[in-house]
Design a protein around this ligand. Structure first.
Ligand code: FMN
Length: 145
């Protein structure tokens, strides 16, 4: 089992479902003995991206199965050249359908040379008790990935 000390959990959330997921994933990471650095994307200093080897990225499905355009997508573009060889987990809430935005996002991350953890964790709407538990478990397993 490999444990990396510091794991970034960087997210954008319109209401709070993805934010709740980010908090629970961070709890799971901490429970596994690593240290989650939980940051809203609007507060993230892109210059620090290479101080992270493992990063969980969270963004809900927006506007036709895409990432949020004004804040998250520019951030994701800016870090795209820094993901090669990094361990990346993806998560986010969506409102309907099969989570197509996540499948597209997974492929983008793999194409950038990142080591994608499992499948992106998707939750319909706000995570309920079982959904929150899944987030904690996802965080734990990512810490051990
Ligand atoms: C402008 C807008 C566009 C959306 N587009 C999609 C979409 O294409 N597919 C989808 O499954 N959900 C879509 N949703 C629903 C959100 O993904 C859903 O409400 C999610 O729970 C929001 O997460 P948050 O609470 O972290 O902001 C959209 C919501 C908004 C406000």
């Amino acid at each position: 089992m490999e444990l990396v000390d510091k794991i970034g959990v960087i997210y954008w959330s319109y209401k709070e479902s993805t934010e709740i997921m980010a908090e629970k994933i961070s709890n799971g990471i901490d429970e596994a003995g690593a240290k989650a650095i939980l940051v809203n994307v609007v507060d993230f200093d892109i210059n620090t991206i290479d101080s992270y080897y493992k990063i969980a990225l969270g963004c809900p499905a927006m506007e036709g199965e895409t990432l949020e355009k004004s804040q998250f997508e520019p951030f994701f573009k800016a870090i795209s050249g820094h993901l090669n060889g990094k361990k990346i987990a993806l998560f986010g809430s969506h409102g309907w359908g099969e989570g197509e935005w996540m499948q597209i996002w997974e492929n983008q991350v793999k194409d950038l040379g990142a080591l994608l953890f499992d499948h992106g964790l998707t939750i319909l709407g706000e995570p309920d008790k079982a959904g929150r538990r899944r987030c904690v478990e996802f965080g734990k397993a990512f810490a051990e990935f």
